[in-house]
Design a protein around this ligand. Structure first.
Ligand SMILES: [Zn+2]
Length: 281
């Protein structure tokens, strides 16, 4: 699953590659990807063809491509979606659900290797695009909003939730998911169930610094390009965990700080945490 750092890298690539380009034609293979934004495929195609991409924005893990005249194209990468650039003549791969071709050549393919893709895309009014994409009006984006540590502290106190559940809640913190929530907590040395309203000043500062360090390091690691067609996977087919990760996917391996084995704990249905019992308090 792409999280904020990878989507930000993608946004920068898209800005370079597609901003200023006009869309020639659109091919939707899986009708499900344009719902709930559109009733059917022609409705989406008609809204997108002939439009020009003016700017590429990001909020949380959602992409917003502004088309001018009050319209915005939302791309939600879902659980395992990826975007890649192709030549206009390139045939659609098996797992490609949407292809968008540009008038001056080149195309963008949206893919996901899944029986039922979770990618969602649609054209919505620019005003209210974030709500349409399911981003809570009060959710903080730690990169975009760039809060001070004191603002972050007030935010944590007001949210008053166990830290891990807070970090993955898209209505509270937009863009973080299973991977970087664990990485941030490990970096900060704070337990997943530590209540966010009960952090000392020092702990708030540690958590604040950890969010910044982990996001920046992940963006560096993600520094891939749209030509690299593979979805960013944190654990590859051989079970090798991406090098920049310290705890995620590393259960049983020694904690890089205290050498105790890393544990994987289920917090609730579908939510797991990789953590160290020794050095996270
Ligand atoms: Zn440890």
């Amino acid at each position: 699953m792409l999280e904020l750092p990878e989507v930000e890298v993608l946004r920068k690539e898209l800005e370079k590659e597609v901003a200023g380009k006009r869309i020639k034609d659109v091919e939707v293979r899986s009708p499900g990807v344009v719902r709930p934004f559109h009733r059917n495929r022609p409705d989406f195609t008609k809204a997108l063809e002939g439009r020009k991409v003016e700017a590429v924005r990001r909020r949380g893990r959602m992409l917003f491509l502004d088309l001018g005249e009050g319209a915005t194209w939302i791309i939600d990468p879902g659980e395992g979606g990826s975007l890649h650039r192709e030549t206009a003549a390139e045939e659609l791969a098996e797992d490609t659900h949407l292809a968008v071709r540009f008038t001056i050549g080149g195309a963008l393919h949206l893919s996901e290797a899944a029986e039922e893709p979770t990618i969602r895309t649609g054209i919505v009014p620019t005003e209210g695009a974030e709500e349409a994409a399911g981003i809570g009006p009060d959710a903080i984006d730690l990169l975009d909003d760039n809060p001070t540590w004191m603002e972050f502290g007030r935010f944590l106190a007001a949210a008053n939730k166990p830290l891990k559940l807070l970090l993955v809640d898209q209505q509270i913190v937009a863009g973080l998911g299973p991977v970087y929530s664990d990485e941030i907590l490990w970096e900060a040395g704070l337990r997943h169930d530590h209540p966010s309203a009960q952090l000392s000043t020092q702990e708030i500062r540690r958590l604040y610094r950890a969010t910044q360090e982990v996001i920046v390091a992940a963006m560096k690691a993600a520094g891939s390009s749209l030509d690299d067609a593979e979805a960013e996977s944190m654990i590859d087919d051989d079970g090798e965990v991406a090098e920049h990760l310290r705890v995620y996917g590393r259960d049983g391996l020694p904690c890089p700080r205290c050498r105790r084995p890393i544990k994987r704990t289920r917090l609730r249905k579908g939510v797991y945490t990789y953590h160290c019992e020794q050095c996270m308090i």
